[in-house]
Design a protein around this ligand. Structure first.
Ligand SMILES: [Fe+2]
Ligand SMILES: [Fe+2]
Length: 491
């Protein structure tokens, strides 16, 4: 953890005093604290001091007391360490508009700090100063609007920061225009200023925050594997009971490759644990269990079928019985109580390490906004969209679409630190891919196609599990389609 923290501070151009580092290491949430310290130090200071840690810890005691009342995550599994939960209790009593203002400022601060570390953007100026500059200039802003000019189909991009907004021209067929700009993402641009003041500054290049390349890989020293699953939809008539039974047999070493099964120590489930109630029109017709508490009781029974040596981390999804606004909190104690002891329940999204490997787990509701916004994107290939998430360093940037965003003071959907594995669900398909050294998984589903999905033209790829060797991040697929487990290397 010490090396991880030092590297984290270095990635943010901060030097940390050794006594300060020790205090951070001794705290319950080292990474959360580090994040706040980087924020506190701001762009002005390269140092993180002991006094700064003490100041923050004083405040932290208060928020810890508040969040202790929130949920019971269950005991921490061995080899597991929580790094950060997306959901944090905000300061109460703020007006909603003010709260959204704080959310976007938090996003802008976090992502512009990452962008500023690239040499092209180190001299980025506030938007309001742009008109006074000449030649080339760089700026960092949040995308407010994008539209096409009628005749020549160039893009006109409106970027915004604390100081104001500016319209920029992105000529079509240039590199900068090739990657579509998404509303509310934070980008850096180098612009050429026009001599004639009535013309728009022209974008020469556009940069995303991007995951850090060339990180030293974090790997498990021991022969340990993690199984990634998603979208169980317990309580749905379409839950694939025979396929689930095949998975249970496999994990108990009574299927193919019992040696491999024995090495699995961790299970991660990326949301939609149950089917829920009232999630879409006429859902009751598709339900085998019409009571949501009964659905979680059944989930508890299903998870007890798995070997008890496994530690299981669960995040909620849009079908689960927690507030739908993201980041979503962990399951409430009343529901957590029906799940076995070896289940650890955290918020959606959450960042945690398994045997030293950093996992970012996010259900993936934002696919519903990102897929329509990115030309060529589809539910059949969610990992392509996940690459965009990593480039943007944000899981759900678009505000006002299908993904409700919670008005919290800190944007918990920013991707920080760069993970080793990004896992999502929600798309009900199976995808394994890589991006800049990050393993991408879309972890299938245990629900057959529903009428609702047929209507929406989503064809699921159910009953797959991704088994990741935590020593080298190689993937083995467990395919339980047809109620019989098959194991194969790769996707
Ligand atoms: Fe789902
Ligand atoms: Fe979902």
């Amino acid at each position: 953890m010490r090396e991880q923290l030092v590297a984290y501070f270095q990635a943010h151009q901060k030097l940390v005093e050794s006594s300060a580092l020790q205090m951070i290491l001794d705290s319950t949430r080292p990474l959360d604290l580090s994040r706040e310290l980087i924020e506190l130090a701001g762009d002005g200071s390269p140092f993180v001091t002991r006094e700064m840690v003490e100041g923050l810890m004083g405040r932290a005691t208060l928020s810890a007391a508040r969040s202790a009342a929130r949920a019971d995550p269950g005991p921490e599994p061995e080899g597991y360490a929580l790094i950060a939960e997306g959901f944090q209790v905000g300061s109460p009593g703020r007006l909603p508009l003010q709260a959204y203002g704080e959310l976007f400022q938090s996003r802008y601060r976090a992502l512009s700090r990452m962008l500023r570390s690239s040499p092209e953007l180190s001299g980025a100026r506030p938007v309001s100063e742009l008109r006074r500059s000449e030649g080339r200039a760089s700026l960092i802003g949040m995308v407010r609007e994008v539209h096409q000019t009628q005749e020549k189909r160039h893009l006109v991009l409106t970027l915004e920061d604390d100081s104001g907004a500016v319209e920029l021209l992105v000529p079509r067929d240039t590199d900068a225009a090739r990657v579509p700009f998404l509303v509310d993402e934070v980008v850096g641009v180098v612009v050429q200023l026009p001599r004639e003041k009535d013309r728009l500054p022209r974008v020469v290049s556009a940069l995303r925050p991007e995951v850090v390349l060339g990180r030293s890989p974090r790997r498990s020293p021991s022969r340990t594997r993690a199984l990634f699953l998603s979208d169980l939809h317990i309580g749905s008539k379409s839950f694939l009971a025979a396929e689930w039974a095949a998975l249970v047999e496999f994990l108990h070493g009574r299927g193919p490759d019992p040696e491999l099964a024995k090495e699995i120590q961790h299970v991660v489930i990326a949301g939609d644990l149950v089917d829920g109630i009232g999630i879409y029109p006429n859902q009751e017709r598709d339900l085998a269990i019409g009571d949501v508490f009964e659905q979680y009781a059944e989930l508890g029974r299903r998870l007890r079928e798995l070997p008890s040596r496994l530690s299981i981390v669960v995040v909620p999804g849009n079908h689960d019985a927690v507030c739908p606004a993201e980041p979503q909190p962990a399951l409430p104690p009343s529901i957590r109580a029906s799940l076995p002891e070896n289940v650890h329940s955290v918020s959606n999204p959450s960042t945690f390490s398994l045997e030293g490997v950093v996992v970012e787990a996010y259900h993936g509701r934002s696919f519903d906004d990102l897929i329509p916004a990115i030309p060529g994107a589809s539910y059949a290939r969610p990992t392509e969209v996940m690459k965009r998430m990593l480039a943007m360093r944000h899981l759900a940037p678009i505000y006002g679409g299908r993904t409700p965003l919670a008005p919290l003071a800190r944007d918990g959907l920013v991707i920080d630190p760069s993970p080793d594995i990004l896992v999502t669900g929600h798309a009900h398909t199976f995808g394994v891919d890589q991006y800049r050294g990050v393993l991408l998984l879309n972890a299938s589903t245990w629900q057959a196609e529903t009428e609702y999905q047929k209507m929406r033209n989503i064809s699921p790829v159910p009953a797959y599990g991704a088994v990741v060797d935590l020593r080298d991040l190689s993937v083995t697929t467990v395919d339980c389609q047809g109620g019989e487990a098959h194991v194969r290397t790769g996707a």
